[in-house]
Design a protein around this ligand. Structure first.
Ligand code: ADP
Ligand code: MG
Length: 325
């Protein structure tokens, strides 16, 4: 029901940036190689995400807006070894229940697109439309029907900056995908697709020029756990204060175990009292981490958090001792 979706929206849809995260994850799950974001009013008036992914069959469009009707997990085993960013089947119905949402899509196997309009959770009948293969989701007038929620949004500039942060966070974990962010017709950020050799350009664009020259590169593996990425040195005189990115199997995550291990390793002997910048990627077998603990999927639960903590701490401390001194 619309009410159930609005209640779910309380957990998943806090502001434009939380919508952007969900839409970008859907585009990535759909195998997109090029994603364009359109904003008006910091995303409060309009937030659109356009991709060249697999698309949605016309007959499946209404399903995409049904609660828990995810196309990504079919069985309990799937959920145990989740490979996609999405799996809860909650985001689109929740977003649609508190906005005017348009879903326009063409499946790669079809030669016609279809469009579905939803107003505050009420869907109109799908109609034929034109589009190259891929999907566009446009979210207009966020919280038009829940004014109490609209009041919690900030200025367009503040919401824009949160959207930019979400884009940086996702761009830093999806190097082969090209991203562009346009607000009111002006391009504000552009990340061309990169391969292994050109990665540095994207890292510099996001972490700041000069970051790479003042960072340790890490690539370590031990007993099924692997850690790679960049850890900033205290010598880096940064313009931005909070570029801290940690990914678990490609998923941006904040986790107290991780934060503690990082801080402990960084502060150990060498770099006391500093607040490190980093972009680090932890990979582990999916059955050793539960990603289904938080509606916005921003938290995970490690099956053995002690082991993860020690692996991070010892790996980082060793790399710092070897290269950082
Ligand atoms: P979830 O991502 O957890 O499956 P969502 O509510 O985010 O749930 O999306 C519902 C469904 O709509 C997805 O399972 C997928 O089938 C479809 N979908 C959403 N966005 C896209 C997209 N950009 N491209 C292709 N399919 C999409
Ligand atoms: Mg999703």
């Amino acid at each position: 029901t619309t009410l159930a979706n609005q209640i779910a929206a309380g957990e998943v849809v806090e502001r434009p940036a939380s919508i952007l995260k969900e839409l970008l994850e859907n585009s990535l799950d759909a195998g997109a190689t090029r994603i364009t974001i359109h904003l008006e009013g910091g995303g409060m008036d309009l937030l659109g995400v356009e991709d060249d992914g697999v698309g949605i069959l016309a007959e499946d469009l209404p399903l995409a807006l049904e609660r828990h009707a995810t196309s990504k997990v079919a069985t309990w085993e799937d959920l145990q070894a989740i490979q996609t960013m999405g799996f809860r089947g909650e985001a689109l119905p929740a977003i649609a229940s508190v906005s005017r949402l348009e879903l326009l899509s063409r499946a790669r196997s079809q030669n016609q697109a279809a469009r579905l309009q939803v107003t505050g959770g009420m869907a109109a009948a799908p109609e034929p439309a034109a589009r190259a293969p891929g999907t566009t989701v446009r979210v207009a007038d966020l919280f038009f029907n829940v004014p109490a929620r609209r009041k919690f949004l900030r200025s367009p500039a503040a919401e824009l900056s949160r959207n930019q942060k979400v884009l940086r966070q996702i761009a830093l974990a999806n190097f082969p995908v090209a991203f562009q962010l346009i607000q009111n017709g002006r391009s504000l950020a552009q990340f061309p697709a990169t391969d292994a050799e050109s990665r540095a350009a994207r890292v510099a664009a996001i972490m700041g020029e000069g970051f790479l020259a003042n960072a340790l590169y890490i690539e370590q593996e031990d007993q099924g756990l692997s850690l790679s990425g960049w850890l900033g040195l205290p010598t880096y005189n940064r313009a931005r204060g909070d570029e801290q990115y940690f990914y678990v199997n490609g998923r941006p995550v904040r986790d107290p175990v991780v934060t503690h291990a990082l801080r402990a390793a960084y502060n150990d002997v060498l770099f006391q009292d500093r607040h490190p910048l980093y972009a680090l990627y932890l990979k582990l077998p999916p059955e050793r981490v539960d990603v289904n603990v938080h509606p916005a999927k921003a938290e995970v639960r490690f099956r053995d958090s002690r082991e993860i903590h020690d692996f991070l701490f010892h790996t980082l401390r060793r790399v710092i001792a070897e290269q950082g001194g």
